[in-house]
Design a protein around this ligand. Structure first.
Ligand code: G
Ligand code: G
Ligand code: MN
Ligand code: NA
Length: 253
């Protein structure tokens, strides 16, 4: 209960920060980042998202927190772009609660207006579960988001309980292969077949496929041989503060 009470005050106390993890090509060149929420509580110290996102969802606070995340991520992206960093993608995680909220499209549009970030630079990461809870809402919201020009990504792809039929029904742009599939690579024949199949499925449907959780050179080599183009993982870069990200980003040759 104390954690919940303190979470309520965290926004006004400015205890949230965003970290950023690079999204890269297979040779490690970054084209964007994923924003990841961090809470430094004055009472509890650093609290990992796994420990408070669920609570924020149950209490509805995730809407306010999520709106802050989107605003801050877009503001930061536009600041970097103006400073000459060639950031093409700012990816933001949307909680199912946030995505199912009637205002979601309005919120996204307002954030883009207020920050000046071009819509094509914003990617919203949504899980399969969020899409399947209210498929009529999802269909309408995805069409409206596409109309705005933002991109929508299925996060943790392959771990949800949804039918493949939604892939043709919904206006989607990208799949992010869940990192649990990477763990067995390159040794596990079944993991290899699953990742290969997801990449083919995405390609066949005109969706980009990004593989997350790349941790080893052997995984990178396997993905390169399979024709994978986009990835994210500790092998290339971990999530880092805004200051660290700006220092890490390569300057043009
Ligand atoms: O780096 P990491 O430990 O931050 O993320 C743990 C989990 O928390 C991941 O599943 C990630 O998607 C989720 N997460 C991180 N930041 C956000 C956020 O801003 N909003 C939501 N809804 N989830 C987030
Ligand atoms: O669910 P989502 O994809 O939003 O989760 C992002 C989470 O994945 C963050 O916690 C991030 O730190 C973590 N992550 C990113 N790359 C790797 C990786 O290579 N290995 C592991 N174990 N976690 C990773
Ligand atoms: Mn994500
Ligand atoms: Na994921």
């Amino acid at each position: 209960f104390e954690l919940e009470r303190n979470l309520r005050r965290a926004v006004e106390r400015q205890e949230f920060r965003l970290h950023y993890q690079p999204l890269t090509t297979l040779d490690g060149r970054p084209f964007g980042v994923e924003a990841l929420l961090r809470w430094r509580s004055s009472e509890h110290g650093d609290v990992p998202p796994d420990r408070f996102i669920g609570m924020a969802e149950e209490t509805g606070m995730i809407v306010q927190i999520g709106n802050w995340v989107m605003q801050e991520a877009c503001r930061q992206a536009q600041t970097w772009r103006k400073a000459g960093i060639d950031l093409q993608v700012m990816a933001v995680n949307l909680s199912p609660i946030q995505f199912l909220h009637a205002d979601v499209v309005q919120q996204v549009a307002q954030t883009l207006r207020q920050t000046g970030l071009p819509a094509r630079c914003l990617e919203l990461e949504i899980t399969e579960g969020a899409l399947m809870q209210d498929t009529d809402h999802a269909e309408q919201a995805l069409l409206a988001l596409r109309e705005l020009g933002v991109h929508v990504v299925i996060d943790d792809f392959g771990t949800g309980y949804s039918s493949l039929a939604y892939l043709r029904r919904f206006a989607l742009d990208k799949l992010k292969v869940d990192r649990t599939f990477l763990q067995g690579l390159p040794d596990s024949a079944s993991d290899a077949q699953l990742v290969r199949t997801i990449m083919q499925l995405g390609q066949g449907l005109g969706l980009q496929v990004l593989v997350e959780g790349v941790e080893t050179e052997a995984q990178r080599a396997w993905l390169a041989a399979e024709g994978c183009r986009w990835c994210q993982g500790f092998l290339f870069a971990r999530p880092m503060s805004a200051t660290a990200l700006a220092a890490w980003w390569p300057t043009d040759p």
